[in-house]
Design a protein around this ligand. Structure first.
Ligand code: PBG
Length: 336
């Protein structure tokens, strides 16, 4: 039976009178332990500043340990690495992804040697930082070829696992890649390496600043129309059922955790995936979402700190277990 809830006997505002009281009845909590810090890494010769992401920069391997130290001291459990690859190393097939001495692998060895299991390291599986065209897969006959892409993505995963990655995070949106990656890892003794699949990753216009950050901008300049965007593999933002289907497939192929991306635009998807599958569910507060918060705040339209915490709380309320955010250090500091 529903209790009788009528005014003036019931007054919901009674519970909202003081800070302590609002804290006492709050339904959602937020901790630095819920956050993942994405980090852009570069060679010493690479450009440090990212103009479209104020407050975020690309780090050299030399700078990296001190940033990780800072994250650890604030209680952040994991980082995610994204490389800014020198143009000279980019090719049409993204072969640098398989180089055991590429930037990401060197960063993994450095950080794992230094911090061991004090910090979790998540690595991105996709070819966009390594291809001349900026696509996540391999182009065959003016198409992103699913089979050839899966083959190279499984090798990329193995390369990262060899260098010490804890969680392999395929963000490429090829069909069946989780299965191929799981098989490759298991066959090579990496049965404890986790897979976090970007299960529901939408083709959004909010990835722009990230593409500047990793230098994957060439995508717009390709001649074939279908290659000028990622809509032939990333999801259509008009769809929900498809997100559930994608997630079901990735879980059945061996994903240990799933990701919804972008985060704020897809609170309904996060909620539905968490309700339906009950698996660890992550959200990626992506570059465009970060940029509009930060840049609006710089222009005096928003209070950055308060708005940031609101965003993160609302993502938790929707059902996320963990949030990737470029503002993780700021947020962890504010929470503490
Ligand atoms: C690509 C990748 C993208 C992001 C993470 N991995 C961009 C894309 O698909 O073009 C975006 C993250 C962000 O915008 O913050 N593999």
């Amino acid at each position: 039976m529903q209790p009788l809830r009528s005014y003036p006997t019931t007054q919901l505002r009674r519970n909202r009178q003081h800070d302590w009281l609002r804290d006492l009845v709050a339904e959602t909590s937020l901790s630095p332990k819920d956050l993942v810090l994405p980090l852009f890494i570069r060679e010493p010769s690479g450009e440090k500043m990212i103009t479209t992401m104020p407050g975020v920069e690309r780090h050299t391997l030399e700078d990296l340990p001190s940033i990780v130290e800072k994250a650890l001291n604030l209680g952040i459990p994991a980082i995610a690495l994204f490389p800014y690859t020198p143009n000279a190393l980019k090719t049409i097939d993204g072969a640098e992804a398989l180089n055991p001495d590429n930037l990401v692998c060197r960063a993994l060895r450095l950080l794992k040697g230094r911090f061991g299991q004090d910090i979790g390291i998540i690595t991105d599986v996709a070819l966009d930082p390594y291809t001349t065209h900026g696509h996540d897969g391999v182009i065959v006959n003016d198409r992103i070829c699913n089979t050839s892409s899966n083959t190279i993505l499984a090798k990329q995963s193995l390369n990262q696992a060899d260098a010490g990655a804890d969680i392999i995070a395929p963000s490429d949106m090829m069909d069946g890649r989780v299965k191929e990656i799981r098989t490759a890892l298991d066959q090579n003794g990496y049965d404890n390496t986790l897979i976090m699949s970007y299960a529901a990753k939408y083709a959004t216009h909010f990835y722009g600043p990230f593409r500047e950050a990793v230098g994957a901008g060439a995508i717009r300049e390709l001649s074939h129309k279908n290659l000028q965007h990622k809509k032939t593999y990333q999801m259509d933002f008009r769809n929900t059922e498809e997100a559930l289907h994608e997630t079901a497939m990735d879980i059945s192929e061996g994903a240990d955790m799933v990701m919804v991306k972008p985060a704020l635009l897809n609170l309904d998807i996060i909620y539905r995936i968490k309700q339906a599958f009950k698996v660890p569910t992550f959200a990626y507060h992506i570059s465009g979402e970060y940029a509009y918060l930060k840049i609006a705040a710089q222009h005096g339209a928003l209070d950055y700190e308060k708005s940031l915490l609101e965003v993160l709380y609302c993502l938790k309320r929707a059902g996320t277990d963990g949030i990737f955010t470029y503002a993780a250090l700021d947020a962890a500091f504010l929470i503490k």
